[in-house]
Design a protein around this ligand. Structure first.
Ligand code: ATP
Length: 216
């Protein structure tokens, strides 16, 4: 029998997607030997959307960024809604579509991971997926008390030793590129270039649609 597929998921606003997201995604995909890594643009409440940039345009930019880049993909299931989806709902929807055997890896930065105990039905997340915490090599980080027992029970130090569809937590160390979407929006709003901070296809999309000319 074939080995089950290994699929990573990375949620984000991607307003816009940039090389920080893409390098990080590619490095994790290689390290974990993923068959697919899906970038999942978040829905945002309408009043939080960047003026002049629609969710469909954020999606189009992510599509342009990953076009032809294996194993990166885009998954649009959270868009088209007026409010953010809970991660547990997204995972349930993925499971319903992909079946119970697929190995799912939810990528989270350290800060997001530490906030996990505040998430909707957070104690169910590991039923659906493994959690991969992206950690900076220079971070000295103590998990919050609420996560200590969970980590003791579920942490597996070698990411490639994670087996089965979900249930474990692992850490991947990577140095993030010093790029943020906020910085890119600010540069564009002040008429500066963002060349080499986003893929050329994203740059072309931003310019042809006149995006990010004004700040929130
Ligand atoms: P903003 O500046 O608007 O807050 P952002 O650049 O942080 O946006 P998000 O869409 O919020 O981008 O990020 C999606 C995911 O990508 C998050 O998990 C975030 O931690 C991660 N991420 C953001 N920037 C980088 C980067 N430079 N390198 C690696 N990962 C990043």
């Amino acid at each position: 029998m074939l080995n089950p597929k290994r699929i990573g998921i990375l949620g984000g606003t991607f307003d816009p997607v940039h090389i920080g997201h893409l390098r990080s995604a590619l490095e994790v995909a290689e390290q974990l030997r993923l068959d697919e890594l899906r970038l999942i643009p978040n829905s945002r409440p309408p009043h939080r959307n960047t003026p002049q940039v629609t969710p469909q345009q954020r999606l189009a930019m992510v599509e342009a960024a990953v076009e032809g880049v294996e194993p990166l993909r885009v998954d649009a299931r959270e868009l088209g809604r007026d409010k953010p989806s809970y991660t547990v709902d997204t995972l349930e929807s993925l499971r319903a579509e992909l079946g119970v055997e697929v190995q799912l890896f939810l990528l989270l930065g350290w800060d997001a991971f530490c906030g996990l105990p505040t998430w909707h039905r957070w104690d169910e997340l590991l039923k659906h997926c493994h959690v991969v915490v992206l950690q900076r090599p220079d971070a000295d980080s103590e998990p919050p008390d609420a996560l200590r027992n969970l980590l003791a029970a579920r942490n597996i130090s070698d990411p490639l030793a994670l087996t089965g569809p979900g249930g474990n937590i692992t850490f991947v160390w990577q140095t993030p590129l010093a790029v943020s979407a906020t910085q890119i929006r600010q540069l564009l709003a002040s008429g500066k270039s963002v060349r080499f901070l986003v893929p050329d296809a994203v740059l072309a999309y931003i310019h042809s649609h006149g995006l990010y000319r004004a700040l929130n």
